[in-house]
Ligand binder design. Structure first.
Ligand code: MG
Length: 235
């Protein structure tokens, strides 16, 4: 829960939200975050480090995709990972086991990563010049869309177990990402998910979005994902 994105909106003694004060605080916090994010971005770009911010609902398969990506790129590209979760270091442990350096950021009651958290994580990771830094945001389709982390691009990870109407229900998130990874397509025979309708819904929110169907477990579409990473690093 956070004040910045409105989900922790304060109320006065009558239970009525103090909307004006909340909006002012929200604007100030987002402006402060944006300034810090620009600093992070400049620092990364100066060393030609590509940072990508992966956002999704919980359980879309972000960590599984990152594990496989780290294993695939091992020996060819230096990769480090910033892991965001409210509690535990499970995901950072998984990434380290897959072969990459990782820092776990626990947000406690917070529902998103912000530029301040990422700046500290990057201080700890000290990524090498020309490396790839993958940021796994807290699983949440709302608040992470608001926060610039200094990344080069935002990527939305969706999955066929979530419903093909998600882009219409969470338009801010699906508008934020230049790329949507549609994960778990190996499960399509078992769920009522219409891939064509999902793509249509996603493009109604962001017409220029690229949708890449894949399966982090079976391997479908991963060559295209690695190709995207290659072009992102080279850009
Ligand atoms: Mg995870």
């Amino acid at each position: 829960m956070c004040l910045t994105c409105g989900c922790g909106e304060p109320a006065d003694e009558t239970g009525v939200a103090v909307e004006t004060d909340t909006l002012l605080v929200e604007e100030r916090l987002l402006a402060k975050n944006d300034r810090l994010a620009e600093h992070v971005r400049a620092s990364l770009e100066a060393r030609d480090i590509t940072a990508l911010n992966l956002m999704s609902s919980p359980g879309s398969g972000k960590t599984s995709l990152l594990e496989r990506t780290v294993a695939e790129l091992r020996g060819r590209r230096t990769v480090c990972v910033v892991e965001g979760d409210q509690e535990t270091s499970f995901d950072a442990d998984r990434i380290r086991s897959a072969g990459a350096r990782a820092v776990q950021v626990n947000t406690g009651a917070g529902c998103h990563l912000d530029a301040h958290m990422v700046a500290h994580a990057l201080d700890e990771l000290a990524p090498a010049a020309q490396s790839l830094c993958l940021i796994e945001n807290v699983g949440n389709l709302v608040c992470p869309a608001l926060f610039d982390l200094g990344e080069r691009a935002k990527i939305v990870v969706a999955s066929v177990t979530e419903g093909d109407d998600k882009p219409l229900k969470y338009p801010h998130m699906f508008r934020a990402g230049t790329l949507i990874l549609l994960n778990k397509i190996d499960l399509c025979p078992y769920v009522s998910f219409d891939v064509g309708r999902f793509i249509e819904n996603a493009r109604s929110v962001r017409p220029d979005v690229t949708v890449l169907p894949l399966s982090a477990t079976r391997g479908d579409g991963l060559a295209d994902w690695y190709g995207f990473l290659q072009s992102a690093v080279a850009s």
